[in-house]
Design a protein around this ligand. Structure first.
Ligand code: FES
Length: 272
């Protein structure tokens, strides 16, 4: 069979190049290539289970002055009396306030280029690892619905900036005591601050952020400030995988900490 013309889309290519070694052999790799997808799949699955439970719990998400990042900002009026509220959505919202806001950070992470690689490998085995053949017969990449929608990532990036700013504000509010006076710092304050810092490090290392700052420029020399910012963002971008995991795990731990304090399981140690 003649080779397809150069430029033929993979989806339309009747005979894509061989993706495996000898017939019946999925890979020639001898190392434990399966370990990374197993670990990343397990951590992602654990986070999904915990976050779903916490989002539907609709309780114990505020321990003055700390609010869980899963519930902030509380834009549903049924938060009133339970947490600082920005009542954009009225009392008609019948379910947990977390479900009104989580779509944005969730959408940002779901469409993140790094997470895509992680969960395509872990859950769809597409492919499970480098130089390991995938079990699927056809490959269309992200050229078709629904994976085509992954392109909305750049828009979720702007929402992530808003949410990070709000969670940073929450961390600053953690320096007030239960009476609303400044000058307090407890372990919860530190937890909220670290959570906000990790979220910024993750978000500013985003590929879309790097493109927004340094993309479409013909001459960096004519844009010294953008060039400098692009250099910083590029360094963060090189650590994007690490920041993705650190911020994901820590945001879950932050919710857990607030939850444990709010439900009375632990008390918040005060530094001053
Ligand atoms: S690429 Fe990961 S957050 Fe944008």
């Amino acid at each position: 069979m003649p080779a397809p013309a150069a430029g033929t889309p993979l989806a339309d290519n009747p005979s894509p190049p061989a993706r495996a070694g000898p017939a019946g052999v999925r890979t020639l790799r001898q190392d434990r290539w399966w370990l990374q997808p197993v670990i990343s799949g397990s951590v992602l699955a654990a986070f999904i289970v915990y976050a779903t439970w916490a989002a539907f719990k609709n309780a114990d998400f505020y321990a003055r002055p700390y609010i869980s990042p899963f519930y902030s900002p509380c834009i549903v009026s049924n938060c009133t009396g339970r947490a600082p509220t920005v009542g954009i959505i009225g009392t008609w919202w019948p379910i947990s306030p977390a479900l009104a806001v989580l779509i944005f950070p969730l959408g940002f992470r779901m469409t993140c280029y790094y997470y895509r690689r992680a969960y395509y490998r872990a859950f769809w085995l597409s492919p499970p690892a480098c130089a390991v053949a995938e079990p699927h017969k056809r490959y269309s990449g992200e050229t078709r619905f629904p994976l085509l929608l992954q392109n909305v990532h750049r828009y979720f990036f702007y929402f992530a900036l808003i949410f990070n700013s709000i969670l940073t504000y929450d961390a600053v509010m953690g320096f007030r005591n239960t009476a609303g006076q400044w000058g307090h710092m407890g372990l919860g304050t530190l937890v909220l601050v670290v959570n906000a810092v990790l979220l910024w490090l993750y978000t500013l290392g985003c590929h879309s952020c790097r493109h927004i700052i340094g993309g479409r420029l013909k001459h960096f020399s004519r844009h010294p400030i953008r060039y400098r910012a692009w250099g910083i963002v590029s360094k963060l971008n090189a650590k994007h995988m690490q920041m993705a995991w650190a911020s994901l795990i820590f945001v879950g731990l932050t919710d857990l900490y607030v939850r444990l304090v709010a439900s009375g399981w632990i008390s918040d140690p005060r530094f001053f």
